[in-house]
Every structure is written in C-alpha cells, then in structure tokens.
Design a protein around this ligand. Structure first.
Ligand code: PYC
Length: 310
C-alpha cells in the first residue's frame, strides 16, 4: 500500500494511493458508508499506532463519479469516516501537485459531502471552496455531567459541530488535557440528549472559541475530533461551520477576511460568500507540507498488524 504523508498546520494527512478495499463505483456517500460498515479493520490499521499516529486523517483516493473532478476522496480518522475534511483537502491537493497529477490553478474534488473546489497557488498553499455550510441552532443548552449547563451553536461545515464561544477554558497548549476532557463530555452529552443535525446526525466535533493574544488574528480555537484527538490545524470544516455562525450573527460580511488560529498557533485565512440555500460558501486558505512517501507493510507475522487498539 503506497501512501504519502503531509501535514496541514501541524495536522497529519495520509493519502492512500493504492492497496485499499474495492468500494465499487457508486455515489461517494455510498462508498463512504461501505468503508465505515464493512472495512473498519482496514482504515483503523492504517491510522492506529504503530503504523499511524494520533490525530492522523486518512484520505482514500477513489475514482470520482463526476468526471469534471480530478479526484474523489473519502476521509477518515481512526474512529469515523468523515463527510469532508478541510485540512485533509489541503494536504491532498498539495500531494496531487507533488505527484504531478495537477498543476497550479483551480480543480474540483468529489467528497461524500459534495464537490469542493481547490486552488493550488504554489507548491504549498491551497484555497478550498467548501460545500455550503449552515447554522441550525443558536445558543442551545446541554446538561453536561460534572460540568453543568453548556450553551453553544450547532452548525454544519461538512461535519457536525457544537461551537462554544467564548471558551469556558482558555485555549492554550497548557490546557489541552482539560480542553479535551470537557469537549469529550460535551460531545457525549449532546449524543445522549439527542442534540445533533436536522436528520438526527450526531455531533462529531466540538469547538471552543477564544481570543488570541496575536496581532491580526481573529480568534483561536480548540477542536475535538471523533477520535478524541484535537485538531492541530484550525479545522477546515470547523472553520466553515464557524463562518456560518458569524454570518448568521451579522458580525462578518461576505468577502471579509479573518485569520483563524489553532491551539498550536497554526493559521487559516477565512472568508465566505452567501450560499444558495441560506448558508455560506466558505473559503479556507492554508498550507501543507509533504513529510513522507512510504510503502505500508502488513506482515502476517506481526502481532500488531491491525494496529494497537486498547
Ligand atoms: O480540517 O475539516 C478538517 C478536519 C476534520 C477533522 C480533522 N480536520
């Protein structure tokens, strides 16, 4: 299995070029469902230690249904198949450029959540124009065991987010353990209290928004991902959901650009245009760097061939 590893603002992406199970040629949402339900062992073995690393997102390259797209992709982490992934799309685009499969310019990529446009500006810098993103609940309260009532917005940016602003804990690297524990408790409480998407989709990510001490930065975030790791990047789909909230609150105008920072200090430039269905079309600009080109080996004699799953 050949893979290329990159990171986007510190968040790793592993693009799988070959050796994956055959998911057929159906709609990408159907192929994502097959991956989630029938091939859990495959995607976990690629993400889990010792082969993978915490916070890594896999990007399985597949044939797109829409032939105007340069690629189809299904993203996953160790615990879930994702609808879309912003940092992963930036990593994938830089990887496709590195492979010579695309050049500088604009390209379309098909994901289970819909078609996104990517602009490769140079060897590292990409703007993703995401699917339409929307807020569906403003200031909804959740009773969180051991933490009490927590109020936030529910919004969609390709995944489902519960966004708390301002953060109840300062978003600083020294607080990552506390931030992780509280956001896991919120996500679990949202699921047990049935708070999620319009069709009952569970909240899969939780965001805490805080001020940043850095000049020119709009805000700093902490983003919990489905695998209970935090996003080292400012989270592309989370930033999209956040843009939908800022637009709905009337505090950010179409085309106005802000800088969103992650808890480790990496940044995205963000803006939006109004969508056709009342939401926003987000633009996310960030950089990715290739780290490795590798052949993954699954030796039958290896007792941890399937990864370390405790
Ligand atoms: O950038 O959208 C994102 C993302 C989702 C999970 C990790 N990163």
């Amino acid at each position: 299995m050949h893979v290329i590893d990159s990171h986007t603002g510190g968040e790793p992406t592993r693009v799988i070029l070959d050796g994956a199970p055959d998911l057929g040629t159906g709609a990408l949402s159907e192929r994502a469902r097959m991956l989630a339900e029938d091939h859990e062992g495959f995607y976990r073995s690629v993400m889990l230690e010792p082969r993978g690393q915490p916070a890594m997102v896999g990007a399985l390259l597949v044939e797109p249904v829409d032939k105007t797209c340069v690629a189809g992709v299904i993203f996953f982490d160790v615990d879930a198949v994702l609808g879309m992934c912003g940092h992963g799309t930036i990593g994938l685009t830089v990887t496709l450029g590195h492979l010579g499969r695309i050049g500088i310019g604009s390209h379309r990529i098909e994901t289970p959540a819909g078609i996104v446009t990517v602009d490769l500006h140079d060897g590292y810098t990409v703007t993703v124009t995401n699917i339409e993103s929307r807020r569906i609940h403003r200031e909804i309260s959740i009773e969180v065991p051991e933490y009490g009532t927590v109020t936030g917005d529910v919004a969609y940016g390709g995944n489902w987010f519960f966004i708390v602003d301002p953060s109840p804990i300062p978003v600083e690297p020294g607080n990552i353990r506390r931030l992780t524990d509280m956001t896991i408790a919120i996500r679990n409480a949202s699921i047990s209290q049935g708070i999620g998407g319009e069709q009952g989709e569970p909240i899969d990510h939780v965001i805490f928004q805080d001020a940043s001490p850095d000049q020119g930065v709009h805000s700093r975030n902490f983003v919990l991902c489905p695998d209970n790791n935090y996003d080292r990047s400012p989270c592309g789909t989370g930033s999209s959901a956040r843009l939908a909230c800022l637009a709905a609150d009337g505090v950010l105008a179409p085309g106005e650009e802000i800088v969103q920072q992650s808890v480790i200090g990496s940044t995205y430039r963000l803006s939006y245009q109004p969508g056709l269905n009342g939401g926003v079309i987000p633009s996310i600009t960030g950089q990715a760097f290739i780290m490795a080109e590798a052949t993954l080996i699954f030796d039958k004699a290896d007792p941890f061939k399937a990864g370390i799953a405790l």
